[in-house]
Design a protein around this ligand. Structure first.
Ligand code: GDD
Ligand code: MN
Length: 349
């Protein structure tokens, strides 16, 4: 038996909420899932809150009443805080999310961390959207996709294991709560299930201009968050280069040390600098230092030999200018080292 807290944020869904709960109750496979509904209502003027209260008599419903319209994202977060079950789902209260895929979503969670109801899979259908809404949606999704690596990272319909968001600070007030979870949450596998996004039957969308501005901010913020470690790695690489040149110069000019010995000396210094700062600052790795060190040294040794082979191939065999060949090699190493540092040398733990 899988226990699922289904969070439904509502603002003016008086005409929809009961239909929705009935519909869900009609499709869930009760021999396999146990749903509780957490309705988070922001004191809807149309009385959604009291309808939700009445639903408690018939269904396993819990209701959070908030003082006023405080935003979709924060409503979802309050729902997270109230839920105790191992699986948590989020769904719109306006009937636009077809509940028919709920059983499959729960089923998929046995093999992955997050399941997303996706509007953009090839089998998904989006009924009847106005053209400008399509454009805005496509552009937003494109940007968010680049950052999160997921097909529909802005969907409001998803389910996850509670471990994904345990101890994760979520703060989105706006619409893109899933996007924030994708960027900050602890997950490794995702499944997207196509579904039909139905036009809301009653009332109107509350996605307005300020939500779009909030979203633009979010994209910028998460891009920085996501690329933060690459940025730090890059800062360390550039300063290491300056240290390398500077120490070489000092050793040769002021101490009169032969450049070959000078390199032997300064490499120890420069590599220690790269190792320590990347470990502590870029990747804040909790891996044992000696493990990281062995991997780091092996990687440098591999790169060393690879650099020789590379030069031999491109300069000797292909006939490319040696400086260009070296620059290409360095660019390759920059990307390659970053990936290996992250996944192997300085693993999180
Ligand atoms: N409690 C609360 N507070 N609920 C809210 C608020 C709020 O401030 N704003 C909206 N809701 C509720 C609505 O009542 C509805 O149940 C759900 O959140 C989604 O709001 P809609 O206004 O219907 O959103 P939408 O249809 O424009 O947007 C949908 O698609 C987006 C992607 O294009 C949603 O699924 C979004 O989550 C999704 O990002
Ligand atoms: Mn809607």
């Amino acid at each position: 038996m899988k226990r699922v807290s289904l969070i439904i944020p509502t603002y003016n869904e008086a005409e929809n909420i009961e239909t929705l709960i009935k519909e869900i109750d009609g499709v869930v496979n009760k021999s396999f899932v146990d749903f509780e509904y957490i309705i988070v209502d922001d004191n809807s003027p149309d009385g959604t809150g009291s309808i939700a209260e009445k639903l408690k008599e018939t269904y396993p419903v819990r209701v959070i009443h908030r003082s006023g319209k405080l935003g979709l994202g924060s409503a979802v977060i309050e729902g997270f805080n109230l839920s105790t079950y191992e699986y948590i789902g989020v769904m719109d209260g306006d009937l636009s999310h077809d509940p028919i895929i709920l059983n499959d979503m729960v089923g998929e969670l046995e093999n992955c961390d997050i399941v997303i109801g996706s509007r953009f899979n090839k089998d998904s259908l989006v009924e009847n959207w106005k053209w400008w809404r399509r454009v805005v949606s496509v552009v937003g999704v494109f940007l968010a996709k680049m950052i999160s690596g997921v097909g529909d990272p802005l969907s409001g319909y998803f389910m996850l294991k509670r471990s994904v968001i345990d101890e994760v600070e979520l703060e989105t007030k706006g619409y893109k709560i899933l996007f924030e979870i994708l960027v900050k949450g602890k997950w490794s596998t995702i499944k997207e299930l196509p579904f039909t996004f139905r036009m809301r039957r009653h009332s109107v969308s509350k996605l307005n201009m300020s939500e779009y501005i909030l979203f633009a901010k979010q994209i910028a913020l998460y891009a920085i968050y996501k690329y933060q470690s690459f940025f730090r790695y890059f800062v360390i690489g550039s300063t290491a280069f300056i240290l390398d040149m500077g120490s070489l110069y000092v050793l040769k000019e002021y101490f009169d040390i032969h450049p070959a010995f000078a390199v032997a000396l300064n490499q120890i210094f420069v590599l220690s600098y790269i190792f320590i700062l990347n470990k502590i600052w870029t990747f804040s790795s909790k891996e044992k230092t000696r493990h990281s060190l062995i991997r780091f040294v092996s990687l440098q040794m591999f790169n060393y030999s690879f650099g020789i082979l590379w030069m031999w191939i491109f300069y000797e065999q292909v006939g490319i200018n040696y400086l260009i060949a070296r620059i290409a090699n360095i660019i390759l190493f920059t990307a390659w080292n970053f990936l290996l540092y992250k996944k192997w040398v300085f693993k999180k733990n």
